[in-house]
Design a protein around this ligand. Structure first.
Ligand code: NAD
Length: 471
């Protein structure tokens, strides 16, 4: 049993002052493996004060020094890769391909940000005005559990690049990963107060940080409901806010797509991170003429996504993060059946032969109407909806008929047609025919999937203010 009591404030590991704790579990065994002490508002105040104290000197740090810090942060992550992966496997339970990708990606965001700083237009003239991009003050980050290390590192990278000290409140469900990460990042030797990490829950520590008068900017990743609360809390002091929220991505399979090639990719997009991904493509839109054929190919491709614990090297889909999330996913499976959708594969309960662990049977619903709640609400588990359409126009209309707009997908045999369809989709990103992630491109959502963008120059700009001097 691991007992996590420390926050990381002003360059030191310090016990949280509250005695409230939350349990930590291994989701593959349901065993309790630790506890985390939940900070109170005094701890949040201490972290913000440490950040505020270093703010004037950090804001004046030359660009080369900030680039060097970003490089040291990346090396620190690389040096702790085995420990980070082990923590993620024990506490989150994700399959090995995801944990390895996730930790390496977290290290690479610092290097991407270092490149961004080097190429960024920090100063420009507009007529007689000199415009200079300035850091905007103490930043705060509030992050979720589904890729905790990656989200923390992305937000820290942008803050260091900008010259803003940051206070981070990670998810209380990821405290073991947070502790191992904090120990790794400490070795990068940032000036004291530039990075502060406070363990705690949303209702106390998160809310205090989101409303803190000395915080100038909040970068949040999490649910749309919490995003609304953070926006409201920030309004009092006009905080700059970046919100990366939920999604209900569509995968449009055009009728000229190579179904054999596409089926596996479509499942991979739907089941990514065991279905606990904001960018998952959870609505599969297929031409009615090819529906039956495609359904058979999807069912056949399911064999490539075995469910299992992180200790199983062949596992493609891991457990849900906790009991609550498992119950939530199960309730949506029951709801889909009650709404009249047909279970093509999977269904309620654990996969056959599994007695313990918060594992879900990868579930495909078909004959789904886009008005059903399973097609409109974010389930956040390996549960996908197949929706038939008549023509491209209807596919586009269904894809856009959602309050979300984070990431959509298009598969088809004709490049011009694929692009025409992509250009009509209302989302921050559209991936065509399995195109790879571009780390320097802006990431974020249209509509209720968020406000603002992360990564690359757009992500850096979100941590800056333009100051104009007229002379
Ligand atoms: P959540 O909103 O419940 O929690 C996220 C974080 O906010 C946690 O650290 C939590 O403690 C904190 N929090 C909760 N209430 C708060 C409050 N009132 N004030 C301040 N902080 C508060 O989300 P979750 O369940 O941890 O994560 C899953 C959600 O995150 C899903 O909806 C998913 O789509 C979304 N997500 C979005 C992205 C993206 O980039 N768009 C990426 C991953 C996850």
């Amino acid at each position: 049993m691991r007992s996590i009591i420390n926050n990381y404030i002003g360059g030191q590991f310090r016990p949280a002052s509250s005695d409230r704790t939350a349990p930590l579990h291994n989701p593959a065994t349901e065993e309790q493996i630790g506890t985390v002490r939940l900070s109170n508002t005094d701890d949040v105040d201490a972290a913000v004060a440490a950040a505020k104290a270093v703010w004037p000197s950090f804001a004046a740090t030359p660009q080369d020094e900030r680039i060097a810090m970003l490089r040291r942060l990346s090396s620190a992550l690389a040096d702790s890769e085995p420990e980070l992966i082990a923590a993620m496997r024990a506490e989150y339970g994700a399959p090995i391909h995801f944990t390895t990708f996730s930790v390496r990606h977290a290290g690479s965001v610092f290097l991407d940000m270092a490149r961004t700083v080097a190429d960024y237009p920090w100063r420009q003239s507009i007529g007689r005005a000199q415009v200079e991009m300035r850091p905007l003050g103490v930043a705060a980050a509030i992050t979720p559990w589904n890729s905790s290390i990656g989200f923390i590192c992305a937000k820290l990278a942008a803050a260091v690049a900008a010259g803003s000290p940051i206070v981070i409140k990670p998810s209380e469900l990821s405290a073991i990963q947070t502790e191992v990460l904090a120990q790794a990042l400490h070795k990068a030797g940032l000036p004291a107060g530039v990075l502060n990490i406070v363990n705690g829950d949303g209702a106390v520590a998160g809310a205090a940080l989101a409303a803190h008068p000395d915080v100038a900017k909040v970068s949040f990743t999490g649910s749309t409901a919490t995003g609304r609360a953070i926006l409201r809390a920030g309004a009092q002091t006009m905080k700059r806010v970046t919100l990366e929220l939920g999604g209900k991505g569509a995968q449009i399979i055009l009728d000229d797509a190579d179904l054999d090639r596409v089926a596996g990719m479509v499942l991979a997009n739907g089941f990514m991170n065991s279905g606990q991904a904001c960018i998952a493509g959870t609505r599969i839109l297929v031409s009615r003429r090819r529906q039956e054929d495609f359904e058979q190919k999807l069912v056949a491709a399911l064999g490539a996504f075995p469910v299992g614990p992180a200790t199983d090297p062949d596992a493609g889909i891991g457990p849900m993060v906790n009991r609550r999330q498992w119950d939530r996913v199960q309730s949506y499976i029951a709801l889909g059946q009650a709404e009249g959708a047909r279970v093509l594969a999977g269904g309620a309960g654990r996969p056959e032969g599994m007695e313990r662990g918060w594992f879900v049977s990868p579930t495909l619903f078909t004959d789904v109407h886009h008005d059903m709640r399973i097609a409109r609400e974010e389930i956040f588990g390996p549960v996908l909806c197949i929706i038939a359409y008549e023509d491209d126009a209807e596919a586009i209309r269904i894809a856009n008929d959602t309050t979300y707009g984070l990431q959509n997908y298009v598969f088809g045999g004709d490049e011009d047609r694929n692009r025409r369809v992509a250009q009509q989709l209302e989302s921050g990103r559209i991936a065509v025919n399995g195109a790879a992630h571009e780390p320097m491109a802006p990431f974020g959502g249209f509509k209720q999937s968020g406000i603002g963008r992360e990564f690359g120059a757009y992500g850096l700009t979100a941590f800056l203010e333009p100051r104009v001097v007229l002379s």
